[in-house]
Design a protein around this ligand. Structure first.
Ligand code: GLV
Length: 327
């Protein structure tokens, strides 16, 4: 029997890629940049399965051009690049990689929080650029983390992991979410508040909501105005959750203290973007899950999801199990 045709839209860690190459007839897009839309459509038209990244848009147009497509496995936990209802209608299974990247992502969110609070990158540049002439009583003063209030928007897996880290630093924890989290409240002493309370009371606001029409620009000019002047905004969720230009204006006017961003809108943020000119904006290139171990686990999970779907089984991390009966 011939092996299923698969298109892998980028080189991923070997632990997952090897499985896909062994068990399918796979083509791998080897460039650093994503495949152009025309290539993705062309390959999808022949594919039984796709292993995709968050930069690949998998929408109704692509699915209609892909008569054999059974399963699309995202190498990411976020899946705002997928039109899941369109896939369900067509009996195409869609999967993601939840769980394995939770702690690694929260580690980076906390690292950004600490780096912004204590001005680590500014300090590195100051020393490196020859400005360090003596011990300065007023030099590079930042914000305390211990004893401060952390406001978490979205208490899902990653928001909760962020709260666990905050407990170790003696922080007070507030959260805003449509759902109550008993674990956050009972185990970590977190307090559920409304959005306004979160923004007005927090010294740090960390975003952990998925990108949906409701969360687009969750942090806009009005939200930034509510935040404290010492507040630090951390975004490891999705770029469009924050209104970029409103954030730029707020940081420039020192309306809030700083922002640490792993994700931006647009993404990538062009090199000439004004946000880069601000010392109080710390921007890293969407690397929250980028540890060797976690990226390998994500690759393996995406491969297992893909291979299960191709074998006619329900993938372990299926986003639309309703599609299984149709497929
Ligand atoms: C990365 O942003 C992911 O969703 O896994």
């Amino acid at each position: 029997m011939s092996k299923p045709r698969v298109f892998v839209t980028r080189i991923i860690p070997d632990r997952g890629l090897r499985k896909v190459l062994e068990q399918t007839d796979a083509t791998v897009w080897e460039d650093e940049l994503p495949p152009p839309r025309s290539v993705l459509l062309e390959w999808a038209s022949q594919a039984d399965g796709l292993l995709t990244l968050l930069t690949d848009k998998i929408d109704a147009e692509l699915m209609d051009a892909a008569p054999k497509l059974k399963v699309v496995a995202n190498f990411a936990v976020g899946f705002d690049n997928f039109d899941v209802p369109a896939a369900t209608q067509r009996g195409i299974l869609m999967t993601n990689t939840p769980g394995v990247l939770t702690d690694t992502t929260a580690d980076l969110a906390f690292a950004l929080l600490m780096a912004c609070a204590r001005r680590i990158v500014e300090g590195r540049d100051y020393a490196r650029n020859g400005h360090w002439r003596t011990w300065g009583p007023m030099l590079l003063m930042g914000q305390d983390i211990h004893g401060a209030t952390l406001g978490i928007a979205g208490i899902g897996r990653i928001g909760l992991a962020m709260a666990r880290r905050a407990v170790g630093f003696g922080m007070r924890i507030l959260y805003h979410d449509a759902m109550r989290s008993e674990v956050a409240e009972k185990e970590l002493g977190a307090i559920r508040v409304n959005k306004e309370e979160l923004l007005t009371q927090s010294d740090f606001v960390s975003l952990h909501v998925p990108l949906t029409p409701e969360t687009r620009h969750y942090i806009d000019a009005a939200a930034l105005k509510m935040m404290k002047p010492n507040a630090i905004l951390i975004n490891t969720a999705r770029g469009p959750v924050v209104d970029t230009m409103a954030l730029y204006e707020a940081l420039k006017a020192r309306q809030i203290f700083a922002a640490g961003l792993d994700v931006t809108d647009p993404e990538p943020l062009p090199a000439d973007h004004p946000l880069y000119t601000l010392d109080n904006a710390l921007i890293v290139p969407h690397i929250a899950s980028a540890s060797f171990e976690t990226r390998s686990k994500m690759a393996e999970m995406a491969a297992d999801n893909l291979l299960a779907g191709l074998a006619g089984k329900l993938p372990p991390n299926c986003l639309n199990p309703e599609a299984f009966n149709k497929s």
